[in-house]
Ligand binder design. Structure first.
Ligand code: PLP
Length: 454
C-alpha cells in the first residue's frame, strides 16, 4: 500500500468514527471498524487489502455472493427502461415476480411488495387484522409470536420481536402482541424433564389462544427456524401442529421467511420442511434479491385477498409504499431466482450443508460446546461453561472465537437477542454459492479457533 493510500484510509477511519452511525454496534472510541472496499463471490476485501470470507452473508442476505454480473445487468437494464413506477398501477417485473413467487410457494398467492423484512411483516399484520374485520370478526386483532424471535426493527415488527435487549429502550410497543416460549429443546422452557418440548411449545399456542379468547386473536407469526435468536430448530411436526391449532381457531399463520426463504435451509422455503404446511401469509426479503437491492414481499393466499376486493365496499388495503416493488429490485429478484434455479442452489445447500458444513458438528467434542444446531447453510453453535450445568459461556469466550476467526480471514456472527448471559450462540450462515473450498476453509478456521480458546 502506498503512503497516500494509508493516509486515505486513516481519513476514512476518522470520518467513520466521526459521522457514521453503525447498526447494532457499540461505539468504542479508537476501535477501527472493518471498512469493505470490494467483494468477490463469498469474499470481501477491506481498504487495507485484507480478504475475508463472509460467513454470515452480510446480514444473512448475500446468498449468491458478490459480483454476479447478470444481476447487476438486470438492474441497470431495468433502470434504463423504466427507472421508477409505483405499484398503485403496475409494471412488468412486479407482475412476473408475483407470479414466480406464487409458483415457488406451491399454491395461489397474491404478493404486496415493500422494501425490507420489517415492512413485509408490518404489511402482514395489517392484512391479518383487516382480513378478520372483513370476514365478520372485528375483535380478532392480537398477534402471537415467540420469545427469542426477531421480526424487524419498526415498532410493529419490534413488538412481535421478543428479545428483551432489543426492546427495553423502546417499549411500550404496539398493543396486542403476545409471546409464547419457543421450541427450544436444549433448554426446554417447560422444564428439563420435558422430552417433547416441541409439542408442548406448540400446544402452548393453543392454550394462549384459549385463554385470550380465540375471538381476539388474529395471527401467529413465526420463522420456521428462529435464526437471529440463536438458531432454534424444531422438528417438522412443530409447524404442522401450529398450523392445526391456527386452523382450529381461525387464526392466520404468518411465516417469516426473511432469512430462511430462497434456499438458506436446503428447501426453497423453510416451511417446506414440514409436509402439509401451507402458510396463510409468507413474508420475504434478504435472499429474495440476494441483497443486491432492497425488496420486501408479503405473499397472501388468494382466498384471503378475495375478501379485500368486494366491489363497491371500502375493503381495499389502505397501505402504500413509494419504493416497494421498485422495478429494478423486482428485475434483480427475478434474475436472482433464475440463477438459484439454474445452479440448483437449493439442493446444493441441502447436500453441502450436511457434507462439508456438517463437519462443524464435530465441535460437540469441545468442552465449551453445548449444542450444534443446523439446517442447510444455517448453523448455530451454543457455547457453555460446562456441558453438565449448561451454564452459558462468558461473553469473552464467544468474542475470542469470533476474533480468532477474523484474524484468519473469516467473519462469523453471534445471536443478538435475549437477556444478558444468553448471548451465547455463534452463528454461521455463508453465501449459498460458496465454493467447496470456501466451506472447507470456513470449517477448518472455526475448528482451529476452538483449538485455541482454552
Ligand atoms: N425477520 C427476520 C427473521 C429477520 O432476521 C429480519 C432481519 O434480520 C427481519 C425480519 C427484518 O428485516 P429487515 O432488516 O430487512 O427489515
Amino acid at each position: 500500500m502506498t503512503k497516500l493510500e494509508v493516509q486515505d484510509n486513516q481519513l476514512l477511519e476518522a470520518q467513520d468514527q466521526e459521522h457514521l452511525w453503525h447498526a447494532m454496534s457499540r461505539h468504542v472510541e479508537g476501535s477501527n471498524p472493518t471498512i469493505a472496499e470490494s467483494g468477490d463471490g463469498a469474499w470481501f476485501t477491506d481498504v487495507n487489502g485484507k480478504r475475508y470470507l463472509d460467513g454470515v452473508s452480510g446480514l444473512w442476505c448475500l446468498n449468491l455472493g458478490h459480483g454476479r454480473k447478470e444481476i447487476v445487468d438486470a438492474a441497470a437494464e431495468q433502470m434504463m427502461k423504466l427507472s421508477y413506477f409505483p405499484l398503485t398501477l403496475s409494471h412488468i417485473p412486479a407482475i412476473k415476480l408475483s407470479a414466480k413467487i406464487s409458483e415457488l410457494l406451491g399454491a395461489s398467492y397474491k404478493t404486496f411488495f415493500s422494501n425490507s423484512g420489517s415492512e413485509s411483516n408490518e404489511t402482514a399484520f395489517k392484512i391479518a387484522r383487516q382480513y378478520h374485520i372483513q370476514t365478520g370478526n372485528p375483535g380478532k386483532y392480537k398477534i402471537i409470536s415467540r420469545y427469542r424471535a426477531y421480526h424487524g426493527s419498526t415498532l410493529g415488527a419490534l413488538s412481535a420481536t421478543a428479545q428483551a435487549n432489543r426492546r427495553v429502550k423502546y417499549d411500550p410497543g404496539v398493543p396486542g402482541f403476545l409471546h409464547v416460549p419457543p421450541p427450544y429443546s436444549y433448554r426446554c422452557p417447560f422444564g428439563e424433564e420435558v422430552t417433547n418440548c416441541d409439542k408442548v411449545a406448540a400446544d402452548m399456542i393453543d392454550q394462549m389462544i384459549n385463554w385470550e379468547g380465540a375471538e381476539t386473536v388474529s395471527a401467529v407469526i413465526m420463522e420456521p427456524f428462529i435464526s437471529g435468536g440463536g438458531v432454534i430448530i424444531p422438528s417438522a411436526e412443530y409447524m404442522q401442529r401450529v398450523q392445526e391449532i391456527c386452523k382450529k381457531h381461525n387464526v392466520l399463520l404468518i411465516c417469516d421467511e426473511v432469512v430462511s426463504g430462497f434456499g438458506r435451509t436446503g428447501k426453497m422455503f423453510g416451511f417446506m420442511h414440514s409436509e402439509g404446511v401451507q402458510p396463510d401469509i409468507v413474508t420475504m426479503a434478504k435472499g429474495l434479491t440476494s441483497g443486491y437491492l432492497p425488496l420486501g414481499a408479503t405473499a397472501v393466499k388468494s382466498e384471503i385477498f378475495e375478501t379485500f376486493k368486494e366491489a363497491g365496499a371500502d375493503k381495499h388495503l389502505r397501505h402504500v409504499s413509494t419504493y416497494g416493488g421498485h422495478p429494478a429490485s423486482c428485475a434483480v429478484a427475478l434474475k436472482n431466482i433464475e440463477i438459484i434455479e439454474k445452479e440448483n442452489i437449493v439442493s446444493r445447500v441441502a447436500t453441502l450443508g450436511e457434507s462439508i458444513l456438517g463437519r462443524l458438528k464435530d465441535l460437540i467434542g469441545h468442552p465449551n460446546v453445548g449444542e450444534v444446531r443446523h439446517k442447510g447453510f444455517l448453523y448455530g453453535i451454543e457455547l457453555v461453561k460446562d456441558k453438565q450445568s449448561k451454564e452459558p459461556a462468558e461473553d469473552a469466550v464467544l468474542a475470542k472465537v469470533i476474533g480468532l476467526c477474523k484474524e484468519q480471514g473469516l467473519i462469523i456472527g453471534r445471536n443478538g437477542d435475549t437477556v444478558p448471559g444468553f448471548n451465547n450462540v455463534l452463528i454461521i450462515a455463508p453465501p449459498l454459492s460458496s465454493t467447496e473450498e470456501d466451506l472447507n476453509f470456513l470449517v477448518d478456521t472455526v475448528q482451529n479457533a476452538f483449538d485455541h480458546i482454552n
